[in-house]
Design a binder for this molecule. Structure first.
Ligand code: NAP
Length: 267
């Protein structure tokens, strides 16, 4: 599994991690992912999956990078502290590697939320601060609200079918060394399921390029995400075989010509 630097931290994280929203696969797919080096697991207090992550990392905690999120409904100072404590309890660990604000909430001043995030880092309950679903303006405001620690990542929707971030957020993050954690990188399976791949011209191009590369469409779609600087992807699967397939999206690269063709087909 290839790695990427998280923000400007110097810490390496796998370029493919595992998401666990709507996850019901139990511990096995997560343990297999960890064995394969996809040892970044992304959960959230609202997913209801922190407990299974806690079970999966038992005995291997030090090998896994745990990312979780505070709900956008819990962004008042004391709510953030309580939410982090509850996540740590469910995850059965003493520190969260990356604590992300799940979505912005304009009803709470970002300064108040970030003061709580900094307290969590000071107390060694959180290692790094991230955000999710933040626009460029919200990201800038969040950065300005932090005094002592940087924002290392923004977790946002990004896949071949959903490329909105390319016009503003993505170049800003690249310039400012903020990792983009691409969520829904398989477009909820639309870029992976064979019957759908015959549905339109762009999907047929994906299927052909995947075949040319000797990879599956899911692997080609994930690898395309990784062709962008500073991007990592966090596909979700309940199944060991698909986790193995998705992890094998790392360790090779589509050619520049293939990336260009996909860019044009899905423009
Ligand atoms: N921050 C946010 O607001 C936010 C929002 C959405 C998602 N996320 C994060 O991103 C993660 C992934 O996003 P997502 O779950 O929305 O979508 P996704 O990873 O793009 O797609 C997941 C779907 O694709 C299927 N799938 C996975 N691998 C496959 C493969 N190799 N072949 C065929 N089908 C495959 C899965 O089915 P099976 O499980 O049956 O294999 C599931 O139905 C989430 O788990 C979560 O951690 C974050």
């Amino acid at each position: 599994m290839e790695t990427r630097q998280l923000g400007a931290t110097g810490v390496k994280v796998p370029e493919i991690g595992i998401g666990v929203w709507r996850y019901s696969g139990g511990v096995e797919p997560l343990r297999r992912a960890i064995e394969l080096g996809a040892a970044l697991i992304d959960t959230a207090e609202v997913y209801g999956t922190e407990e299974v992550v806690g079970q999966a990392i038992e005995g291997v905690r030090e090998r896994v990078f745990i990312a979780t999120k505070v709900s956008g409904a819990h962004l008042r100072h004391d709510d953030v502290l309580r939410a982090a404590q509850a996540s740590l309890r469910r995850l059965q660990c003493s520190i969260i590697d990356l604590y992300q604000i799940h979505w912005p909430n304009s009803a709470v001043p970002i300064q108040e939320t970030m003061r709580a995030m900094e307290t969590l880092v000071d107390r060694r309950m959180v290692r790094y601060v991230g955000v999710s679903n933040f626009s460029l303006a919200e990201l800038r405001a969040a950065q300005a609200a932090l005094n002592n620690y940087p924002i290392v990542s923004n977790q946002v929707l990004y896949n071949l079918n959903r490329r909105e971030i390319e016009t503003g957020l993505m170049p800003y993050c690249e310039r400012n060394r903020i990792t983009i954690i691409a969520y829904t990188p398989l477009d909820d399976g639309r870029l992976a399921q064979i019957p759908r791949l015959r549905a339109n011209k762009a999907l047929r191009v994906l299927a052909r390029i995947a075949a040319e590369a000797g990879k599956t469409p899911a692997q080609a779609a994930l690898n395309w995400c990784l062709s962008r600087p500073g991007v990592i992807a966090i596909p979700k699967s309940n199944h060991v075989a698909r986790v193995e397939e998705n992890c094998a999206a790392s360790g090779w690269r589509l050619t520049p010509a293939q990336i260009e063709e996909l860019d044009a087909a899905f423009s």
